[in-house]
Design a protein around this ligand. Structure first.
Ligand code: GSH
Length: 218
């Protein structure tokens, strides 16, 4: 009997929305990977051991059996999409592909970074922001980003965020909507975002990637 092939690892955290994106992509592509939890609330992402793997001290981190490591959720997802092209996570049409990236980057580059744990902790350390101030900060920046995305979806949405097929846009949108709900944002002004989120979360790949379904969820 052959030894089992070693699996790649995804270092993540059940509530990390950036790790959630990668989990969805892995599930859509049916790639199996060992999940390695990094306890963000305990600051394990800043430990010397973890920083040897990812000097940025953030999750997710992708590691392959040959030692190759990669940080940044979108870099990981695009790498996997090129390595395992079926099913594709971006449409073939050039303009639709660019639209998917526009929505994904609006979330990953504009909304998410200002709401990260280390940013919220800095607000608390330097400006004494309490729990409600932190949530209000998150709601503000998510709403600012969602206002633009909701308008954009009027042009792009079909069954999913961009057209009829699930894409990178949905992979980024669903975890951000999860964060919006956590922060208590009123989603009523965003019917197209809610529709895309609801439709995507019907898919088994999204169900299995949900924070509550992860082994490190309490
Ligand atoms: N742009 C990065 C963001 C990664 C990131 O900010 N991850 C968060 C969790 S969603 C984190 O590790 N936070 C830990 C901290 O802020 O100390 C990506 O897309 O991978």
């Amino acid at each position: 009997m052959q030894d089992p092939q070693p699996e790649p690892c995804l270092f993540g955290y059940w509530r990390s929305s950036a790790a959630y994106r990668v989990r969805i992509a892995l599930n859509l592509k049916r790639i199996t990977a060992e999940q390695v939890p990094v306890q963000l609330q305990e600051g394990k992402q800043k430990s010397a051991d973890y920083r040897l793997l990812n000097p940025a001290g953030l999750v997710p981190l992708w590691r392959e059996p040959d030692g190759f490591t990669l940080a940044q959720s979108l870099a990981i997802i695009e790498y996997l999409d090129e390595k395992f092209p079926d099913p594709p996570l971006l449409p073939g049409d050039l303009k639709h592909k660019a639209r998917c990236r526009e929505i994904a980057y609006a979330i990953a580059c504009d909304i998410h970074p200002v709401n990260n744990l280390r940013v919220l902790d800095k607000l608390t350390a330097d400006y004494n922001a309490g729990k409600e101030a932190r949530a209000a900060w998150m709601r503000h920046w998510i709403a600012t980003g969602f206002d633009a995305i909701e308008t954009r979806l009027a042009e792009t949405a079909g069954l999913h965020s961009v057209g009829e097929r699930i894409s990178l846009a949905d992979i980024c949108l669903v975890p951000q909507v999860y964060n919006a709900r956590r922060a208590g944002l009123d989603l009523a002004p965003y019917p197209r975002i809610i529709a895309a989120d609801t439709e995507a979360r019907k898919l088994p790949a999204f169900v299995a990637a949900a924070p509550e379904a992860q082994p490190d969820a309490p």
